[in-house]
Design a protein. Structure first.
Length: 137
């Protein structure tokens, strides 16, 4: 699955995604080159419908950058530029590459925080009870 995202992203995650490094450089200096290897990551976001006051949680549990580092510099801009990023979403241990949930449909409201901060298949999988063999959410 290919994802294209337009967003403002903090510098530290971008450096990890694209593999910028300061190895062998003075503090505060980073470089990017043919040996730069980005890290795989989990991408979660809230899709918010302001008109209906509805929030949908989305998650891509196994992503990597599908393009190299791309820079666009605008002279005279008065804010941090919005970036267009392209990622590849790969399957996880559950053979899925995308998950979604409306917050209003969750039985446990704390699940939304776990989803955003520490998403994994273990966070969303149903729990089996040992006495009856049935599955609970």
């Amino acid at each position: 699955m290919t994802l294209k995202i337009n967003a403002h992203v903090q510098v530290a995650p971008l450096r990890k995604i694209f593999g910028l490094s300061n190895e062998g450089l003075k503090p505060g200096i980073y470089s990017y080159g043919s040996d730069s290897i980005g890290e795989e990551f989990v991408l979660t976001a809230d899709a918010i419908d302001d008109f209906e006051d509805v929030t949908k949680l989305i998650a891509f549990p196994n992503c990597s950058s599908s393009t190299g580092l791309t820079l666009s510099i605008e002279n005279g801009a008065d804010e941090v530029a919005e970036l267009e990023l392209e990622f590849t979403a790969m399957i996880d241990d559950n053979n899925k590459c995308y998950y979604e949930a409306f917050i209003s449909e969750l039985d446990d409201p704390s699940l939304a925080d776990q989803w955003r901060k520490n998403f994994s298949y273990d966070v969303v999988k149903a729990v089996e009870t040992q006495t009856t063999g049935t599955t609970e959410s």
